[in-house]
Design a protein around this ligand. Structure first.
Ligand SMILES: C[S@@+](CC[C@H](N)C(=O)[O-])C[C@H]1O[C@@H](n2cnc3c(N)ncnc32)[C@H](O)[C@@H]1O
Length: 620
């Protein structure tokens, strides 16, 4: 039972083979001219993906889908056995193939379309552990069994390849037979009742709104709900299934959560909603973020996640090492500062692992270890610094179960504390004041961030050590002690204490927007921080009073913060926070603009306002 090949090509170190009976010259799946462009691109420039992703925008969704480094976040964290083999079914243009080649001993990329297979071979031609096979999974014969089989964005097309009544089950049954007894299927697919579809985003494959929710009346493509997919996997013979939720979805994952984690209202995942969907410029029927939080509270987060990542096995053998959460490096940062963080459970014990995202950030991990030692000295007797133990090129930390100060403030807001947890915010500032302090002109800080020499002319109260990230988000509050996590940005020079208080309050405002907006009322007024970041953000009036009591004017902090952000990030910004002297006090905040008038009236309204706009432009 072996494949017969009609064509074999050597592309660099990669062998490209075409199965005889394949109809690969007539691909059923194509993104059009972009595939040729990719082939030519990689032929003339081996780092074509890196070159394109440096540009401000991708020219199309197809280009982004095939080239964006964000695609790899889906599996970057997965604890593959480095000695293992993988079959990548439907490898597309190789967006994940390179990652697999770097993590496993042997990679077989199977792709139905010859045009795409050529892109994979050209793109990854320097990997000697890769073979590319052109052909359909239905006709692929193989005696070898695999440690892993990946099916990323492919199962939904099975009805186009397999006949019979149960094409999806047949597809998965074949995967089952091709895996070693202890092997794993890794499958990613959209959830047919995912939050974004409920909000009105078009179905990803057909482009039609509500198509998956209405059970695909017009197409052969199928995606599934969690229950349906679980049923298919069981029918195919898989006995152990782990569910992960790539967020906001599997095509642009920034965070991956395992089903064991229920996100709270302060979880950083909410900043990822709404999920951007290609071709969706319309108005959402509801705000994904708010509805998502309500679903999570109701224990239904996974049922309505936008996509699933499933790890299914043939046996129930317990896994020694599991990863339950992965935060991918922020691609907006300069490459030398990009690190990936994951929470692992190893023999029942939780730990946090920070790893370099690329060769350039290996050094940064070493610097962080040094900075933690510096912080340990600085906080001595006042708080405990959580330091990492070197583990290969990574740092491994004990997991601190206590809530963060930010979470405690969120709780206080939820409990209708008048003042939005002001006393806790003040407690944070009092804590800063207990730390070693110097009265000085912070020359190094001024130099490092290229501030004008006259920026600070008189001595100011400074923390003896620049602990830029000692904000409520990074302080875990135990019954006896405070624990300081995350010392990426700790430097050996004085830092104005008021600036850190400002950073603390600003990050609180950014991270607790949902709480702040929900609880704005006559008794708890808020103020608009116009234009800070991309979105409108609000800050409780009670916190603003704390800011206004600081000695240095807020405008200066904003300038310093912009310099700091520009030091960390690729895209250089100019400062955008402008707080007017007399900010407008609000007692109610609109969450999102849901159209309230019914369809035709709404359209008429839009038409009239467009005409009005045109006329005013003409007569201006
Ligand atoms: C949505 S793309 C996903 C590509 C890739 N896995 C990725 O994530 O970038 C689906 C790919 O699977 C291929 N494909 C679909 N069904 C297949 C089958 N039965 N055998 C081989 N390839 C298949 C298509 O040609 C297409 O390139």
């Amino acid at each position: 039972m072996a494949n017969e090949f009609i064509k074999t090509e050597q592309v660099g170190k990669v062998l490209l083979k075409q199965i005889k009976s394949s109809k690969a010259d007539k691909p059923v799946y194509s993104d059009g001219p972009v595939e040729k462009e990719l082939y030519e691109g990689f032929k003339s420039e081996p780092n074509y993906d890196a070159v394109i992703s440096k540009r401000r925008n991708y020219s199309s969704w197809a280009q982004e889908y095939h080239l964006s480094p964000v695609r790899q976040n889906l599996l970057k964290w997965f604890p593959f056995d480095a000695e293992g083999s993988v079959l990548e079914v439907g490898a597309g243009c190789g967006a994940l193939t390179g990652l697999l080649c770097s993590k496993l001993k042997k990679v077989t990329a199977l792709e139905y379309s010859y045009q795409r297979a050529r892109v994979i071979a050209q793109r990854h031609c320097s990997y000697s552990n890769l073979e590319v096979i052109v052909g359909g999974f239905q006709e692929y014969k193989e005696e070898r069994l695999f440690d892993y089989i990946t099916v990323i964005g492919v199962l939904e097309y099975a009805a186009g390849f397999y006949g019979g009544e149960k094409p999806f089950e047949s597809f998965l049954k074949k995967v089952h037979t091709m895996l070693k007894p202890e092997g794993a299927l890794i499958l990613a697919i959209e959830n047919k009742i995912g939050l974004k579809y409920i909000a009105g985003a078009p179905e990803e494959h057909t482009g039609r709104i509500f198509e998956s929710i209405y059970n695909y009346p017009f197409s052969k493509i199928r995606t599934f709900s969690k229950q349906e997919l679980a049923g298919l996997l069981e029918a195919a013979g898989f006995v152990s299934v782990q569910w992960y939720y790539p967020l906001p979805d599997y095509k642009r994952p920034k965070i991956v959560l395992s089903e064991e984690v229920t996100p709270s209202g302060t979880d950083s995942i909410w900043t990822l909603y709404p999920a951007r969907t290609s071709g969706f410029g319309g108005k959402a029927a509801l705000a994904e973020r708010w509805f998502g939080m309500t679903l999570a509270q109701a224990g239904l987060f996974g049922e309505f996640a936008n996509s699933f990542l499933v790890v299914a096995r043939k046996t129930k053998a317990p896994e020694k090492l599991r990863c339950i959460r992965f935060w991918a490096a922020n691609q907006g940062r300069k490459p030398e500062f990009r690190t990936n963080v994951r929470i692992c459970v190893d023999d029942g014990k939780k730990s946090v692992v920070r790893s370099p995202d690329n060769d350039k950030s290996v050094q940064f991990i070493g610097e962080i270890a040094q900075r933690e030692l510096l912080a340990e000295k600085f906080f001595k007797g006042k708080a405990e610094v959580v330091t990492g133990q070197p583990d290969g090129s990574s740092l491994r930390y004990s997991f601190i179960e206590f809530p963060s100060l930010e979470e405690l403030i969120a709780d206080a807001i939820e409990k209708e504390d008048t003042g939005f947890g002001k006393s806790l915010v003040e407690g944070y500032i009092r804590f800063l004041e207990t730390l070693p302090i110097e009265e000085c002109i912070p020359e190094r800080f001024i130099q490092e961030f290229h501030l004008p020499s006259g920026e600070i002319t008189q001595p100011v109260k400074c923390l003896a050590c620049a602990v830029f990230d000692c904000v409520p988000h990074n302080i875990k509050v135990g019954p006896q002690n405070w624990y300081i996590i995350d010392n990426e940005w700790t430097f050996d020079y004085p830092l104005p204490i008021d600036y850190l208080a400002f950073r603390g309050i600003l990050t609180l405002a950014a991270n607790l927007q949902s709480h702040i907006k929900t609880h704005a009322s006559k008794d708890q007024p808020v103020v608009l921080l116009r234009g800070y970041g991309k979105n409108r953000e609000y800050i409780p009036l009670s916190w603003l009073e704390i800011l206004q009591a600081l000695k240095i004017p807020v405008n200066k902090f904003t300038r310093w913060e912009t310099r700091f952000q520009n030091y960390v990030n690729i895209r250089q910004q100019t400062s955008r926070l402008r707080l007017s002297r007399k900010p407008k006090v609000l007692t109610r905040v609109e969450f999102c603009k849901v159209p309230t008038i019914w369809g035709p009236l709404h359209r008429l309204n839009r038409l009239l306002s467009n005409i009005a706009k045109l006329l005013t432009r003409r007569f201006r």
